[in-house]
Design a protein around this ligand. Structure first.
Ligand SMILES: [Zn+2]
Length: 415
């Protein structure tokens, strides 16, 4: 065991004194006792300088990666140093950080598994606690954020997701450059202030380098982007515009359902469909009358649906000029439809005509599927029962899943 440990986890100024089986432990346990090398001087954990010793604390246990399903602990009595600059401090132990009970190796091991399984599953698989898994991921995210490279960012996408059963929102900013796609930043809420905080963090120098930004039509975002990165091409996201149209259709349908109900028809939305699907010659007289009446209302739902389908053509244009012509025609048609939710969308699209046409200027510079893909993944991550209720835990989970954060080379040794 000692030989193996020296191979896989060797610390320069410390030696394994003994490795032994712990008798009467609640579960099979191995401990490896560490001691400082004979002439090794302790290092202050605060300033990282060699300092004279002060005293020695009681033995502490640090959990290491389990072996054959057996728990493994490093055991060590930390020394305290008398540091000129920092005072009396605990020495630096290369296998641990701060007051953590887990060794760094184990924390990286757990956090890497947490990319593939839910936090709960990781805790179960390695017979540890949810809290230990969370702390490990938290450590990995902190390290990754500190060591990531933020140079060369030219394209970003701004998105929001509902959180906590739709009562709250998170603003997510992604890098969407062809060579690097990842979650860059998370902010609570989706206000003007929220996105301003992003630009404040991102910094002026990096903002100047931005060439492309895509977002949905959410007003605070449009405002902040125009103010902070007016030089970049601002594109309205295809995914968000199409889902805006879908929402409008849902609204039309819901309104119709209410109207029909108030006029004495039963669960219309499903029945209506069925009536429409059934062959006309198979309808009873009564059903036929119902269908005729329904069609009058249903026309709105159907027409909305067709309008949305028609709008798909918009994205296939190559010339912004003709796309603009198409957009104007479509909007006129929608405005004449007498369907309020569709008119609302049309008004919105008209108002943002230049931003919509930017899509053609930016064509080829980014794929419209990226933001949608990230959006789906982000929703999945927050929904997955990680057991987190706090914003902090959600933030950690999102960075871990979508941040493409770097990992130190040593972390790969056990994974
Ligand atoms: Zn010090």
């Amino acid at each position: 065991m000692k030989t193996i440990l020296n191979r896989v986890q060797n610390f320069k100024s410390f030696v394994y004194e003994s490795v032994y089986w712990v008798e009467n432990a609640p579960e099979p346990t191995i401990e490896a006792l560490l001691r400082p090398r004979a002439n090794g001087q302790a290092i202050c954990s605060c300033c990282m300088r060699r300092r004279p010793g002060y005293d020695t604390l009681a033995l502490r246990r640090f959990e290491f990666i389990p072996l054959w399903g057996i728990k493994v602990f490093l055991r060590y009595a930390p020394r305290r140093v008398n540091c000129r600059t920092c005072g009396i401090r605990v020495e630096r132990m290369p296998w641990a950080t701060g007051k953590h009970q887990l060794t760094q190796a184990y924390a990286w091991f757990l956090s890497e598994w947490a990319r593939r399984l839910s936090w709960k599953e990781v805790a179960q698989a390695f017979r540890t606690t949810w809290d230990h898994v969370f702390r490990s991921v938290e450590m990995a995210v902190a390290w990754g954020l500190e060591n990531r490279d933020l140079s060369g960012i030219e394209a970003i996408g701004v998105d929001e997701i509902a959180w906590k059963r739709g009562h709250k929102y998170l603003t997510l900013v992604y890098q969407i450059d062809a060579g690097c796609r990842r979650l860059l930043w998370i902010g609570q809420d989706r206000k003007t202030k929220t996105l301003l905080r992003f630009f404040w963090w991102f910094g002026r120098d990096r903002s100047v380098q931005l060439r492309l930004i895509c977002s949905d039509m959410w007003k605070p975002y449009l405002k902040v982007i125009a103010k902070k990165a007016g030089h970049a091409i601002h594109v309205l996201d295809r995914f968000h515009i199409m889902s805006g149209l879908s929402k409008a259709i849902d609204e039309v349908r819901a309104q119709e359902a209410r109207t029909l109900k108030s006029e004495g028809y039963e669960p219309v939305l499903t029945n209506r469909r069925w009536l429409l699907l059934k062959r006309a010659e198979n309808l009873t007289d009564n059903q036929e009358t119902k269908l005729a009446e329904l069609l009058r209302y249903n026309l709105k739902s159907v027409r909305s649906y067709l309008l949305k389908e028609e709008f798909q053509f918009f994205w296939s244009y190559i010339s912004p000029y003709w796309a603009g012509k198409f957009l104007d025609k479509w909007c006129t048609k929608a405005m004449r439809s007498q369907i309020e939710p569709m008119k609302k969308v049309a008004r919105q699209l008209r108002r943002h005509r230049p931003l919509l046409l930017n899509w053609f200027k930016a064509k080829g510079q980014y794929s419209s599927g990226i933001v949608e893909g990230f959006n789906n993944k982000a929703i999945l991550t927050t929904r997955k029962s990680y057991g987190f209720r706090t914003y902090h835990a959600a933030e950690i989970a999102l960075y871990h899943a979508l941040g493409a954060l770097p990992v130190p080379k040593t972390a790969h040794r056990f994974f």
